[in-house]
Design a protein around this ligand. Structure first.
Ligand code: NAD
Length: 376
């Protein structure tokens, strides 16, 4: 873990100009809870422009997080006209990820776009192509990779602990936690429900730890089983049954080109007690690993089955930098700014996020058609 963490938390080197200038597009939940507080902690960046179709949200964000003289906009295209802006964070609902990101890249900005990459693989491909065409950096907000347990599992995979991983389970299961704010339950705006919203995190973690981005075929099912239920018991208050047009749960069986199998389970609402979110289980030829109770590594040694559990805390001793950067959201922001400043590949590559989108689109297509979907 040390190698990755050192890289993530190292001080960001000074760019040619004093501070990189950042514009935020979409000033809702994720901007306020992840992007803006994290960017505020980074020494050599400043947020100078804020855009939201609900202008009061942009104004509030500018007041709380903006550098003196920050601009606010209701139309993202006006923000993109500002040539002094280096980086744009796209924090709008899924439907607009693709066109805003493509426009921002074409306008010469580096882009951090929220997950999922887009509403489907076709839209995600446009983003990937635009990044290649413009030479600007693009990354996607899969901050779960920056959790201690995920970084540790990745280190084990890199160390060869698991051998060849040929089975994995990507889990994003909620019993009754349908997001009722914004447009999450609107199929048109989001491109889907729990599969594209939280299944995307679990699948990203799984592909990353397997280091396998080549799907061969998949089968999927989606259900609208509980979304018309008025007896919701929902964590965030009752959902509006008339507006809930996405699936409430979805499942996929994915076979990779190398023969590995991934089972993807996702739900916002499911009659299930054992709920887990944004975790993965991997099984390899030498050992297995899961995130079901911290990280657990299982295998056989000297003819005996073993399970080991690394201690992921600092052992009671604060990091010498006072735990700086230990929060996954801040790590994500630091890694991203570091990639821009030092011209490195982003921690989450757009090609990797595109593979996630391909698989999610495949599962939706299979559910819609009843057919196996082959990726070429
Ligand atoms: N990384 C994560 O774990 C995580 C968690 C939550 C949400 N998200 C993602 O973040 C995105 C936004 O989710 P949220 O929870 O912040 O939603 P939200 O509804 O709270 O905020 C979205 C904001 O975007 C604004 N907006 C919509 N269209 C716009 C446009 N064309 N131009 C400018 N502003 C526009 C809305 O008015 C709203 O203020 C989604 O794609 C979601 O999947 C990621």
């Amino acid at each position: 873990m040390a190698i990755i963490m050192e890289e993530q938390t190292s001080a960001v080197k000074a760019p040619a100009k004093d501070k990189l200038r950042i514009g935020i597009i979409g000033c809702g939940g994720i901007a306020n809870n992840k992007h803006m507080p994290s960017l505020k902690k980074i020494e050599n960046v400043e947020m100078v422009a804020f855009c939201d179709i609900i202008i009061e949200r942009a104004e509030k964000a500018a007041k709380e997080y903006g550098a003196p003289g920050s601009k606010v906009y209701a139309d993202y295209r006006q923000l993109l006209e500002d040539k002094s802006i280096d980086i744009v964070h796209v924090c709008t609902p899924n439907r607009s990820h693709s066109f805003i990101t493509v426009d921002a890249l074409e306008a010469g900005k580096h882009v951090m776009c929220e997950k999922p990459m887009a509403i489907n693989a076709t839209e995600a491909k446009k983003m990937l192509d635009a990044a290649k065409r413009t030479g600007k950096k693009l990354t996607i907000g899969y901050q779960n990779r920056q959790r201690d347990d995920a970084l540790y599992m990745k280190q084990e995979a890199l160390a060869g602990t698991f051998g060849d991983i040929y089975f994995a389970r990507a889990t994003a299961l909620r019993r009754r936690a349908v997001p009722t704010w914004g447009v999450f339950i609107n199929e048109y705006e989001q491109g889907g429900g729990p599969l594209i919203d939280i299944g995307t995190h679990a699948l990203d973690l799984t592909l990353w730890i397997m280091d396998n981005y080549k799907p061969k075929y998949c089968v999927g099912t989606t259900y609208h089983a509980l979304n018309k239920d008025r007896n919701t018991g929902n964590a965030w208050g009752d959902w509006d049954v008339d507006k809930f047009t996405t699936e409430d749960c979805a499942f996929g069986f994915v076979v990779m080109e190398n023969g590995a199998t991934i089972i993807l389970e996702s739900s916002w609402a499911l009659n299930l007690i054992d709920c887990r979110e944004a975790i993965t289980t991997v099984c390899g030829t030498k050992a297995g690993g899961d995130m079901l109770d911290g990280v657990r590594i299982n295998g056989v040694h000297l003819g005996r089955q073993y399970v080991t559990k690394p201690n992921l805390s600092a052992g009671g001793v604060a990091f010498y930098e006072g735990n700086k950067g230990a929060d996954p959201s801040e790590r994500e922001a630091r890694a991203w700014i570091d990639a821009v400043v030092n011209n490195k590949a982003p921690f989450v590559l757009p090609e990797q996020a595109y593979a996630v989108s391909q698989i999610l689109s495949g599962i939706y297509e299979s559910a819609r058609t009843g057919n196996i979907v082959y990726f070429n």
